[in-house]
Write a protein that binds this ligand. Structure first.
Ligand SMILES: [Zn+2]
Length: 196
């Protein structure tokens, strides 16, 4: 509803959004503003439908983002590395635009990587993730101890369960570390500077 009491977009071709026809709603700027209002409203509605879940662990989310940004930078670097000296020196006009776009993308990717990696470094992220994992491990161990106590198992049986559980947990943690080490194998390749 507008200040005059008419419904939003009253007597215009954008009913429900923007000003009424008496208060600028039909003027070009009024139409543009109404269209923007409608677009934002619809985008918000789509967002609400997506039922977005909050990131469970912001530190993990940031690490994941770091991996994605670095991978993107690497992909851009491959494009730039494919350019030959002649293409860079004597580009045709269309190819020239493409080359500028590829180099621009690479430069953006470098800036993005630098910014995410700087945030990660500032957060001392590895240490904090380890602290979270240790706290989780303590919670799990506590839950196991309660479960064993609740089950009234013979002491030697409870001890066997505890040892088996501990060795399975170590196995999981070894497998996880091995998978992470494998991820690191894909060394980051930057742009190769060719000798002139
Ligand atoms: Zn009005």
């Amino acid at each position: 509803m507008g200040p005059c009491g008419q419904p939003a977009g009253w007597h215009t071709d954008h009913p429900g959004y923007g000003r009424c026809s008496w208060h600028g709603g039909a003027a070009p700027n009024g139409v543009k503003a109404a269209a923007e209002e409608q677009a934002y409203t619809q985008a918000r509605e789509e967002l609400a439908k997506l039922d977005v879940r909050p990131a469970g662990n912001p530190l993990e989310a940031l690490q994941k983002l770091g991996g994605q940004v670095v991978a993107w930078q690497e992909a851009c670097a491959r494009l730039v590395n494919k350019l030959t000296d002649d293409q860079v020196r004597y580009p045709g006009s269309l190819r020239g635009e493409q080359i500028r776009a590829e180099i621009g993308m690479y430069q953006d990717a470098m800036r993005q990587s630098a910014s995410v990696l700087t945030s990660l470094a500032k957060l001392d992220i590895d240490e904090r993730l380890t602290a979270i994992q240790e706290r989780d491990a303590a919670l799990i161990a506590g839950a196991l101890a309660s479960a064993l106590a609740g089950a009234c198992l013979a002491p030697e049986l409870a001890q066997r369960v505890r040892m088996d559980f501990a060795s399975r947990m170590r196995e999981i943690s070894r497998a996880k570390a091995a998978a992470e080490a494998e991820d690191d194998d894909g060394a980051i390749s930057g742009v190769v500077v060719r000798p002139r």
